[in-house]
Design a protein around this ligand. Structure first.
Ligand SMILES: C[S@@+](CC[C@H](N)C(=O)[O-])C[C@H]1O[C@@H](n2cnc3c(N)ncnc32)[C@H](O)[C@@H]1O
Length: 392
């Protein structure tokens, strides 16, 4: 595919996403119908679509659309505004040749953008960002407009992080130790085909953000402890905890289908993850990982469409779910045990506020420590609180 044809394909996929389709699904459907597209073409189209989703409002503004809701945007104008902002040669890409998009009229000067457009945030989220992040709010919002780095977790149960870095380097993958966690490895650029490497099939690494790894580093470890991951999903935290502790982890999720890949991942990593459909029957636990569903605002670099789909109602539903999960976790905990409450959210209403509310509801739950990270730490945005249940 020519560069212009890739842009046209991205416009068609983005158009479906703006009308409500899920980005990954729309990309998969496009790739299925585009047998002529090679892996580099698919990657380029994906990059265009995700770049546009990270900068939707500012790209629409630069493309002459003004300040419109995503459902009212023209994907062609968004892509033109995005590529103009990135310094691309628009005339060469939009030349109407072959499968390239038709030529563009010159883009108008849109004038100074309002804050929500410039920061690529929905207006209702601006005060929530300021409330949670204070003077850092603007820098964090701007960082969420960029691509996230590729980060691996060395499976330290099997290989030392430095040995993994050396193995990757000798295989031609530019890798370095990441400062946020002793298991984290930062890759340069976005190398492809990593899942085909023997180091992956042998369970020497997983894909996991450094912030996610750093949360697990901060959980309590004790040999023989009975641990539950109450919201295990794909198992990223449970696998990391099992690798660090060498102990079994009981895994549960309200939606068991979210754990479908876990047996294969655990087998690859050599981790002892034990399905736990009925945690009440196995309780009490010494420690509970509660990696709750959240807005995902800390990881909007990786899942940018969520930024535009979040609504105040959805946020309030999430907070109610977070409270319910904390209540259940407390009931499953032995006196003296801990809950590692974690989100990939930047918002206080999902983080400190939920922890404070849980302590108000349960006089015997106290917060021992909190920790957070942000894109300036070289990671997605994460929050952790260690809650301890009193002995009483
Ligand atoms: C942030 S994801 C978990 C990610 C996972 N821990 C990881 O590291 O890969 C949150 C998970 O919570 C699950 N969930 C939602 N509501 C729940 C509930 N009430 N109880 C337990 N799990 C729930 C979702 O199905 C989802 O898999």
């Amino acid at each position: 595919m020519t560069p212009g044809a890739r842009v046209q394909a991205a416009i068609e996929v983005l158009d479906q996403v703006l009308r409500g389709a899920a980005a990954e699904r729309a990309l998969t459907a496009w790739a299925r119908g585009a047998r002529y597209a090679g892996s580099k073409d698919r990657a380029a189209v994906r990059d265009h679509v995700f770049d546009a989703l990270r900068r939707l409002r500012s790209a629409a503004w630069a493309g002459g659309q003004g300040d419109v809701a995503p459902s009212g945007m023209s994907a062609r104008a968004v892509m033109a505004g995005l590529l103009a902002g990135l310094g691309a040669d628009l005339a060469a890409l939009f030349d109407g040749q072959g499968h390239a998009p038709a030529p563009l009229d010159p883009l108008p000067d849109p004038g100074p953008a309002p804050a929500g457009v410039r920061l690529d945030l929905p207006d209702w989220l601006l005060p929530l960002f300021t409330d949670a992040l204070g003077p850092d709010a603007e820098a964090v919002a701007l960082a969420l407009r960029d691509r996230a780095p590729v980060i691996l977790r060395a499976n330290t149960a099997r290989i030392d992080r430095d040995a993994l870095v050396a193995a990757l380097l000798s295989g031609g993958v530019a890798a370095a130790a990441h400062p946020l966690s002793p298991s984290a490895v930062l890759l340069a650029g976005a190398p492809r085909g990593l899942q085909g490497l023997p180091a992956f099939t042998e369970g020497l690494f997983e894909f996991q953000d450094a912030g996610s790894q750093a949360l697990v580093d901060r959980l309590p470890f004790a040999s023989g402890a009975r641990i539950l991951d109450l919201c295990a999903g794909g198992g990223g935290k449970a696998l990391a905890y099992a690798a660090r502790s060498g102990e079994p982890v009981h895994v549960h999720d309200a939606d068991p289908s979210r754990m479908r890949d876990l047996p294969a991942r655990a087998a690859r990593a050599g981790a002892d993850l034990r399905p736990c459909p009925d945690p009440e029957a196995v309780a009490p636990f010494d420690g509970i990982i509660a990696d709750v569903p959240c807005s995902g605002s800390g990881s909007w670099r990786r899942a940018p469409e969520a930024k535009w789909r979040l609504t105040p109602d959805r946020l309030s539903d999430l907070q109610a779910t977070q409270d319910a999960i904390l209540d259940r976790a407390r009931s499953l905990l032995r006196p003296g045990g801990w809950i590692g409450y974690m989100t990939c959210s930047l918002l206080a209403s999902e983080n400190d506020d939920r922890v404070a509310a849980a302590s108000r509801r349960h006089g015997d739950l106290q917060c021992d420590a909190t920790w957070r990270c942000m894109p300036r730490d070289g990671a997605d945005g994460f929050f952790l609180a260690i809650l301890r249940r009193g002995q009483g």
